[in-house]
Design a protein around this ligand. Structure first.
Ligand code: SF4
Length: 69
């Protein structure tokens, strides 16, 4: 359910499970108030990756870079 909901096309089907590309994920900053993939997941399997903690400012910068054209 999450894949088509991602506004950044950050979710793809990997070798075994769906995966989120941390370079594309803005935690939905710039689009929604909360991460929409987490909102729509019926089994609550999406967790924050402790190796990719980013500030609101960093996420906004990433959003602006990706959607500036
Ligand atoms: S938090 Fe938002 S941008 Fe990140 S993977 Fe989920 S739906 Fe996509």
């Amino acid at each position: 359910m999450c894949d088509p909901e991602c506004p950044n096309e950050a979710i793809t089907f990997g070798a075994e499970i769906y995966e989120i590309d941390p370079d594309l994920c803005t935690e939905c900053v710039g689009f929604y108030e909360k991460p929409t993939c987490i909102e729509v997941c019926p089994i609550n399997c999406i967790i924050v990756d402790p190796n990719h903690i980013e500030s609101e400012e960093q996420l906004l910068d990433k959003f602006a870079e990706m959607h500036s054209t």
